[in-house]
Ligand binder design. Structure first.
Ligand code: UDP
Length: 326
């Protein structure tokens, strides 16, 4: 029997590259696509030369064509850090809206099952805690995060519309904070920021008073949840994340301890609309997917730190690679 063929957008990114690895391991033929604005080919270099992998350098906000049969599409192309939204707001809006539209059209024409990457950001600065899928959110549409949050909310809406109107087989995953190897050290997110600072012997920068909370999921757990969701028949949004919640101050302490750094935590202004708390309610994922995270933060952070420590030292200090913001 011929291999199932899957298109993964954002293939050179953090999550996209781990998805490519997982689908190769599951014996799929993987078509990776990325415009490399925030993605990094070094994340998938090991797959070039694999006969079950091809890569297309393409921006999915423009018409997408993939020759041949497609069984699955996973839409993971998007900037995903608050710093990126500030630098490339229009591209962020376009990839979540126009890009999603193009990929839904492709799914319809190929009769493929499509899973789109949504986010806990659809809940905004949440007034319900922990966040269940029924919660509609508290989003500022015109704030700096609005370009991401609203693009993702539109993405969910158009995905449901393609499901109900065109009968496309769709899945929506709401991804909570995830970490692991291949994050960009300079993307501004809290984990690479803290680990990069520790590696360079700098103080750790907590924003605000550090009392805001997040719940961090190790990447392998997240990828497994996504794989299960894709293979299920559930069309409504599903939270995937780790409910183990901590404050940013506690997180900084853990990083100092893990890295053996003798530096301190310093405080910087809190970014606009930075959510005060975030924790996924994963009852639904447990029930319908039989999924829950397995990797503790202690274990996951160690794996992540080992990865960054082993990178050539020049990567600890490099500027965002060859990015053009226009
Ligand atoms: N944060 C921080 N120091 C940093 C980077 C981020 O204290 O150097 C905080 C940020 O204000 C937020 C949390 O860490 O409250 C998580 O930020 P991140 O950008 O990783 O993801 P978010 O969950 O906000 O999208």
């Amino acid at each position: 029997m011929s291999k199932k063929r899957v298109l993964i957008t954002g293939a050179a990114g953090f999550l996209g590259s781990h998805l490519c690895d997982r689908f190769i391991k599951e014996n799929f033929f993987v078509i990776g696509m990325d415009n490399l604005i925030t993605g990094d080919l070094r994340n998938i270099e090991h797959l070039f030369g694999n006969e079950n992998f091809v890569f297309y350098h393409h921006d999915v906000s423009k018409f997408v064509h993939v020759p041949g049969q497609l069984d699955y599409i996973l839409h993971f192309a998007s900037p995903a850090s608050p710093i990126d939204y500030l630098k490339i707001p229009i591209q962020t809006l376009k990839v979540g809206s126009l890009g999603t539209h193009n990929l839904l059209g492709l799914a319809k024409s190929k009769n493929a099952i499509i899973l789109v990457a949504s986010t806990s950001e659809v809940y905004g600065d949440p007034l319900v805690h922990p966040q269940t899928e029924e919660y509609w959110g508290n989003v500022n549409p015109v704030g700096p995060r609005g370009v991401y949050d609203e693009a993702k909310r539109f993405q969910e809406a158009i995905t449901m519309a393609y499901h109900t109107f065109h009968k496309v087989e769709t899945r929506i995953v709401r991804i909570f904070n995830t970490y692991g190897p291949r994050m960009r050290l300079n993307d501004g997110r809290v984990l690479p920021a803290f680990i990069g600072q520790a590696l360079r012997g700098e103080d750790l920068t907590a924003f605000g008073d550090g009392s805001q909370t997040r719940s961090f999921c190790y990447v392998d757990d997240l990828i497994d949840g996504i794989f299960r969701l894709l293979m299920s028949d559930y069309v409504y949004p599903v939270n995937i994340g780790n409910p183990n919640e901590i404050t940013i101050n506690e997180f900084a302490q853990e990083i100092l301890k893990l890295t053996g750094s003798n530096k301190k935590i310093i405080y910087k202004p809190l970014p606009t609309d930075d959510p005060k708390q975030r924790q996924p309610d994963i009852s639904l994922a447990k029930k319908i997917l039989g999924w829950q995270p397995k990797i503790s933060r202690e274990e996951g952070l160690k794996l992540t730190y080992d990865y960054f420590k082993k990178l050539p030292k020049e990567r600890w200090t490099e500027e965002p690679h060859g990015r053009k913001f226009n």
